[in-house]
Ligand binder design. Structure first.
Ligand code: ADP
Ligand code: MG
Length: 346
């Protein structure tokens, strides 16, 4: 009884460790941290990170050589666990204060589907080192579905498609679990990469990742039709000198098309695996898009056209996973309190 009681005194915290963004939410406070999942690492060193998040990105811009940015979770692989673990510890301490309350914290860590078991354990360990007494691991699509308001715990099927920076997870959900899923390594950063490649090939201009991301957000679409233009700047590959070019919405949309196609195919693959008794529900409940990629213009229309199902975009799609994870942890607490009451009544 005492042990269970201490649960209520612990702080309840949710962490969405994304490939591009990390979000932390605290019960009663909402989202308290949003940072890029990035670390600045000195080249040639033992990869001891110098800074994390926004500070890491700024450091790289202002420091002469020798330092580069690592996104340890990008492409869905925890490519450098030690860096990922240090970053997670840093963000938790930053969000909650260095002196975590004596009662500790209960933490739910939400990770993309393709993070391996070994990697999951290493990250859970890092969260414990940062003061988490208890760590629950949660699959991102499930958390996103809860955050987007899908009927996750009900005996009906619904579908969440989370399009992050490095991964896209499509999952059919029913009875609180994942009934069918497809996870692929494409997302916002792959789309940015395709745009950079296009600009390099078509205009002989090397542009930075952030410039490509801006072109995607301002001009890009899953469907043809935009007429806007944007001046992008970079380095001319032939002369080596700074140069600019005016990109059209049509060419950006065309450059994105192959990655968008992969997202459509992943959704179709998850649908193909869906048990027939749930498939029918999807026509009424529809498909919910979450993650930053949900904001790609026209993606909802394209997916609806390709699958014949209603498709909607979650409100604040970048926040769905962390808020869903927090509400799942609270829900679990309410189960615990029912159990405690029963135990107490004996
Ligand atoms: P992760 O969970 O993998 O960290 P997020 O869900 O935070 O990823 O989404 C980050 C991605 O969303 C980035 O690649 C970013 O460029 C993209 N993104 C954010 N806003 C938009 C937008 N308005 N249009 C298209 N892509 C967007
Ligand atoms: Mg995410």
């Amino acid at each position: 009884m005492c042990l269970n009681l201490s649960k209520y005194l612990m702080r309840t915290v949710a962490v969405d460790l994304g490939t591009v963004n990390t979000l932390i939410a605290v019960k009663g406070k909402g989202i308290v941290l949003r940072e890029p999942s990035a670390a600045a690492v000195a080249a040639g060193s033992n990869r001891e990170p110098l800074a994390f998040g926004r500070e890491a990105l700024q450091l790289v811009g202002r420091t002469p050589g020798g330092i580069h940015v690592v996104y340890p979770l990008r492409d869905g692989v925890v490519s450098d666990y030690n860096v990922a673990a240090d970053m997670l510890r840093f963000f938790i301490e930053q969000a909650l204060g260095r002196k975590v309350s004596a009662m500790g914290i209960r933490l739910v860590l939400c990770l993309p589907l393709c993070v391996t078991d070994v990697e999951r354990r290493a990250l859970a360990e890092a969260a414990k080192e940062a003061g988490a007494r208890e760590v629950l691991l949660l699959d991102e699509p499930l958390a996103s579905a809860v955050g987007a308001g899908l009927p996750v715990f009900e005996p009906t099927g619904s579908m969440a498609v989370d399009i992050g920076g490095g991964t896209t997870d499509a999952a059919v959900i029913a009875f609180g679990g994942i009934a069918a899923s497809a996870s692929i390594r494409t997302g916002g950063t792959h789309i940015d990469g395709a745009i950079r490649e296009h600009v390099q090939k078509a205009h002989g201009l090397l542009i930075g990742e952030r410039m490509a991301e801006e072109a995607k957000i301002r001009l890009g679409s899953a469907l043809p039709g935009g007429a806007e233009q944007l001046e992008v700047k970079g380095r001319n590959l032939e002369s080596g000198l700074p140069a600019g070019v005016s990109l059209t919405a049509a060419e950006v949309t065309h450059a994105m098309a192959a990655e968008i196609r992969k997202i459509v195919e992943a959704v179709k693959e998850a649908l193909a695996q869906t048990p027939p008794e749930l498939a029918g529900d999807l026509y009424t409940n529809g498909i919910m898009l979450t993650g930053g990629g949900a904001k790609i213009r026209g993606l909802d229309k394209l997916l609806s056209h390709e699958t014949g199902m209603p498709v909607s975009v979650g409100a604040d799609p970048l926040d769905c996973a962390v808020l869903g994870a927090l509400s799942m942890l609270e829900r679990e607490e309410s189960f615990v309190s029912v159990r405690d009451t029963l135990e107490a009544q004996g």
